[in-house]
Design a protein around this ligand. Structure first.
Ligand SMILES: Nc1nc2c(ncn2[C@@H]2O[C@H](COP(=O)(O)OP(=O)(O)OP(=O)(O)O)[C@@H](O)[C@H]2O)c(=O)[nH]1
Ligand SMILES: [Mg+2]
Length: 329
């Protein structure tokens, strides 16, 4: 956010254009992320630069303002308190004396909070490595599966998809479409079939074909729908019959735009079926990107991937440092 001040102080007004971000170097990757996080960034930074430039020193009024902005971006009370307390401490010790040192320290604190969530999914631990994808309706499960297939294919892995959403009309076709785009097989039995049976068959087929990774879609559900939560538990039980350690990843896809509510829902899924990781989607469409800090402080689950758009390339492994740099740029 305080990058805004630097630009102002240098009296330059140029901004990075979208076309300038189109190459795939590491630097541009961060620039893309920064662009995608625009709405959350705005919550942080709108008017902040003017506010700061008018200040002779870093004081409590500034920290109050920062606190409000962090809470507005759904950073959550725990993480916000940690950030403000640590900044306060450094201001008292005169470690922070100006906007620059504040920015550096802020980035450092934010990265420290997020770092425990940065745990890449290690798909080498089993073959086939079975990923069961769960979450509430419309969170972005099926789309994320399509993007994940692309991601793993780029790593040279072979992938198979299982159409475990046998409930919603057209869900199977939607997954098949992603299968076509990625040129990967999709195992399905059609609407109304037993999801556990579809996924069981898919895993057996993947084993016989020596496939590296199988990703299973499931129907969207609320944590309050006991029968549907039981269905997920059944899928896990059935999978364990093929391989006691399967599914190797139970991945919840969570829409960042739901903010603290999504956090609550994810917690309920975790309590009910046991999650091993998260993919946080739609960070491009929300001002609540701070939810990652709440996840780190309360849910403490690995954030494997973040979704920053609808395109096939718009899912990327979560990197705490890259995320904070993009947010504060
Ligand atoms: N902007 C944006 N849109 C996304 C992202 N991820 C998914 N979407 C969109 O969200 C909508 C719902 O995505 P789906 O993948 O169908 O969601 P789902 O969880 O499978 O939905 P159900 O199967 O109905 O429970 C689609 O329009 C996606 O394109 C993202 O990271 N950014
Ligand atoms: Mg779906």
């Amino acid at each position: 956010m305080f990058g805004f001040i630097k630009r102002k102080q240098k009296n330059t007004s140029e901004t990075t254009t979208t076309s300038a971000r189109s190459s795939v170097s590491a630097e541009d990757k961060t620039a893309d992320l920064s662009h995608s996080l625009e709405k959350t960034k705005r919550t942080f930074s709108d008017g902040m630069a003017d506010f700061l430039l008018g200040k002779k020193s870093i004081d409590n009024e500034l920290l109050d303002e920062l606190e409000t902005r962090l809470l507005s971006a759904d950073v959550g009370i725990n993480a916000t308190t940690t950030i403000i307390d640590e900044l306060q401490n450094d201001i008292s010790r005169k470690v922070i004396s100006d906007a620059d040192s504040l920015q550096i320290k802020l980035a450092e604190i934010m990265k420290t909070i997020l770092l425990p969530c940065e745990q890449a999914m290690d798909t080498e631990t089993a073959k086939p490595f079975v990923i069961l994808v769960v979450g509430i309706n419309g969170a972005g499960k099926t789309t994320s599966i399509g993007k994940l297939a692309h991601h793993f294919m780029q790593q040279g892995k072979s992938v198979m998809l299982a159409a475990g959403d046998t409930f919603r009309a057209a869900a199977v076709e939607q997954l098949q479409e992603w299968g076509k785009r990625n040129d990967v097989p999709v195992i399905s039995q059609g609407t109304g079939a037993d999801p556990a049976s579809v996924i069981f068959d898919a895993v057996q087929s993947a084993s016989s074909k020596n496939i590296d990774i199988i990703i299973a879609d499931t129907a969207g559900r609320l944590h309050t729908q006991d029968n549907l939560m039981d269905e997920l538990a059944k899928i896990k039980r059935v999978l364990a019959k093929i391989d006691a350690s399967a599914p190797h990843e139970t991945l919840i896809v969570m829409d960042a735009g739901f903010g603290q509510n999504a956090l609550h829902q994810a917690q309920q899924f975790h309590d009910s079926i046991g999650l091993t990781g998260m993919a946080v989607t739609k960070l491009d469409g929300t001002a609540k990107g701070g939810i990652l800090f709440s996840i780190a402080k309360t849910l403490k689950l690995p954030v494997r991937f973040i979704g920053i758009g609808e395109g096939i390339n718009d899912l990327r492994p979560f990197n705490a440092s890259e995320f904070v740099d993009a947010l504060l740029e």
